[in-house]
Structures are given as structure tokens and as C-alpha cells.
Design a protein around this ligand. Sequence first.
Ligand code: HEM
Length: 360
Amino acid sequence: MDGHRITAFRECEAALRNRDLKQALYDAGKVVMDEVLLTLHGEEHNARRTVEVRVFRRNFFNYYEKEVFPRTLAETIAPFVEAGGGDLLKLGYRLTVNLTSDFAGIDRPARTAEESEHLIAITKKLSEGATMVHSTRDHAELNAEVLAVLADFRESYFLPSLGRRRALLEERRADRITDADLPRDVLMTLVAGNDELNLGEEQLLREIAFYMQAGAHSTANSVVHALWEILEWARDDAARWARLEDPIFVQRCVHESLRLHPASPEAWRTATCPMHVPGAGEVAQRERIELDLFLANRDRSIFGETADLFDPDRELPATVLRSGLAFGIGLHTCLGRELDGGWLPSLAPIPRRRNWASWR
Ligand code: HEM
């Protein structure tokens, strides 16, 4: 390692919020990540993010939870139910690739298992490209594979989806349709907001390709971790199974699992100027700082002596999320956080262990 490494929770949190530290993890993965939201900095990042968060307007979560999600879940799970079972990782990938396509703005005209498998293969290769920094493979060879897959994605899915949205925008501008007739997704939002951003077609392609891999890969793996942790925790304890009937409690379990198994176990930043960074000391301009989010999420000074264990009843400082830094924080906070982790309930805290008997 040729930089600094920070492992304490509060120091990682402060570094993620520091506006003078710039994204650095994806420099080797430019084939997918060049000038996408996660790698932009300063004003450019702010302008892009301001447009993209518009996708969450107009009762967005209600629409996704009540309309998009049930339909996609029913369609995706049907072949597994018919077959009498299946592999959870496979189901997780199909489900998340379909949902991420819907959110990113990639139309799935066939809506079949084969189409999902094609999109999964594309998404896995895009992920390999984005995280090239960790790859032990020959980078030039991998780069060529990613470019080929990107071309397939472009022709098979991106261009038709883009064309449909551009046509819809023209219809909207001519007042032949209303806002309610427009799809609620990132690509539509970018097409509608492109007067402000001026993104070329290649930039749009990479942005949507980035969303595909950012949304699908992390979620599919998190599904498996969460189910494993929940099953291990509940085992054959009837009282614990009864608690799992409460969706708010299940959400707590998922957040606790995300804390233990962050999909991005580390974040990298470089200093845009000389500065003092708590946990790293004096840092020169262009020096790299690695933030170990895996260890930060198990910091005993925050999560207690049992930080390495799955405990959905753990007590936390009021300023710490149950998922820790799994979704990042600050400038680049995950835009899919509520989509994946749900809104945080503003309910009274769940009673502690000793009170279980009274509300079972
Ligand atoms: C378990 C699921 C997920 C996890 C653990 C996760 C984690 C993260 C993390 C740690 C970051 C910040 C990285 C950094 O600061 O360097 C991030 C950024 C981002 N995530 Fe997620 N993510 C998840 C799902 C999703 C989904 C479903 C979407 C959308 C479909 C999404 C979209 C984004 C975007 C757009 C950013 C960049 C935000 C920005 O740079 O302003 N993520 N995610």
C-alpha cells in the first residue's frame, strides 16, 4: 500500500464527509466508471446528483413498493416456485438485476428468465470492469472484454431504452401526454434534465452501465448475507421466528447484516490539497487514503464488545445508522440506500431482550 489507511468508524465517517478528498477507487476501472456520478467531484458531481435525485420525486417509494416491486418479484420468483426451489444467489441476482434495470431505465421487453440472465452476464462483467483495481487478471485483456460487453449492452438495451425515452419527452413537450405517462427512472430523468447537464451518448451509456452494476451486484450479495445471518440467528427458536413476522424488525436484521458485510468493504480517496486528516495525519496533495469500512463497521468503541456478531437488538449511539457505513456517507452517500434498505421507521425503539415475553 502506498498511502494511509483509516479503520476507526468516526475517522472514516469524517473522511467520507471531507470535501477536499476525492474519489480514487475507480481510476483503473475507467472503462465503466469514467465521469459517472460516483467518480465526479465538486461542482460537476453536485450538478449530476441534483438532476438524478429527481427520480425520487412524486411519491417514488410508494410507487416502487406498491407497483414495481410486487410485479417484478412475482415474475422473477415464478420459475423458482414452479421448479420447487432454487439457488438463492441466482434468485437474488435475477431479482436485483430486474429491479435495477427498472430503476436505471433499461427496458426489458421480453421480461423472461433468459433476458434476465443476459443482463446478469452483462452486469457481472461491468462490475469486473468497475472494480478492476482489485483484479489479478491482465488489465488490457479485461478491458477488452468489458468494452465488448458494453457494446452489447448499448445495442441490445441502452439505445432502444434511450430512443423510447427521447420520443416520450417530445410527446410530453408537445403536451400530448402528461408527467404521469413518463417512466420514473434514472435514464428518463437524465434525458429530461440534459439541457442542464449536456451529457453525450457515451457518457449517458456509462452512467446507466454504472447504475446497473452499482445496484445489482451489491444487492444480490447482500440478500444472501442477510438471509444467512437471519437463519443462523433464528435457528429453531420459535420466539425469534415470531419476531420475524414484523417487517420493521426484519429491516433491522437486514441493516445489521449490511453492517457486518458491507458490499463495498473499502473506499479510497485522494487529497486535493495538503491537509491534516484524523487517523491519517499529515497528507500531501494527491496522496491516497484508504478507508476500511469493513473494520470501521466493527469498531468496538461504537458497536460494543459484540461488534463482530449479528445482533439486531444492539444499542447504538443516536448518530450512527444500524447499517454503519455500508451505504457510505457524505458527498457520495448511496443513492439506492432507501431503495434497498427502506426508509427508517420513526417508531419507538424495539423492546430489549428482557422485555420479549411481554410483547410476544
Ligand atoms: C446493498 C446495497 C448497496 C450498498 C451496500 C451500496 C453501497 C454504496 C456505497 C458504499 C456508496 C459510496 C461509495 C463511496 O463513497 O466511495 C454507494 C454509492 C452509490 N450507490 Fe450504492 N449501494 C447499494 C445499492 C445501490 C442501489 C440499489 C443503487 C441504485 C440502483 C445504488 C446507487 C448508488 C449510486 C448512484 C451511488 C453514487 C452516489 C454519488 O456518488 O453521489 N446503490 N453505494
